[in-house]
Write a new protein. Structure first.
Length: 199
């Protein structure tokens, strides 16, 4: 579990954190356990915890947070799936995604999917990323993700990765920034809802 904080030009930090975790695997004894992800969403797991694919974190572990504050809890769950191989993913991975979605829903946490590597999934998009919303192939990938994960299509964001480029691409950046803007807005709405329920 690794927390990433964004710094302002002056050195102060934005009131925003991204927590990155080990992903899911189809095999039973690989990848992050659903129990650990549930505890992470609820704020029970601290930064720096190394996920154990066999056994969930115990209460006595030094990275176990016994009394999480609202700040420790997740405010938006973001799953990242590769568009180029989403149709080849095993059902077990989507089963795990569905269980995660159900847990997030139970906690009232918004859930979105970032669909990466769209340029590898569609030749037209590889040539020109502005074709992303015209591409039938990308539309099929979004439909497939939505069907198997239970996440609505308007919460699935296809984006192009930077992997060999040495200069920025404004069209690719727009896709990433649109996704980030909505993630921040979803998280903010969740926090506002928490505040209302606490009154």
């Amino acid at each position: 579990v690794k927390t990433h904080r964004l710094k302002k030009p002056g050195g102060d930090q934005y009131p925003l954190e991204f927590v990155d975790t080990m992903g899911f695997e189809a095999e039973k004894d690989k990848g992050m356990l659903l129990e650990d992800l549930s505890k992470l969403l609820e704020g029970y797991i601290l930064d720096g915890y190394t996920c154990n694919p066999i056994e969930s974190i115990r209460n006595e572990h030094p990275k176990y947070n016994r009394s999480p504050s609202p700040r420790d809890k997740a405010h938006c769950l973001v799953s990242v799936l590769p568009a180029d191989c989403v149709s080849m993913m095993e059902g077990r991975i989507f089963d795990k995604c569905t269980k995660v979605r159900d847990k997030a829903k139970e906690l009232g946490i918004p859930h979105v999917i970032i669909l990466t590597k769209v340029d590898k999934a569609c030749e037209d998009v590889s040539k020109d990323v502005t074709n992303i919303y015209k591409s039938k192939k990308i539309e099929e990938k979004v439909d497939l993700c939505s069907t198997h994960s239970g996440i609505s299509k308007n919460s699935i964001y296809p984006v192009k990765n930077y992997h060999t480029e040495i200069t920025q691409d404004d069209d690719a950046d727009v896709l990433i920034l649109m996704a980030l803007r909505d993630i921040v807005n979803f998280a903010n709405d969740y926090v506002e809802d928490l505040k209302r329920t606490e009154k």
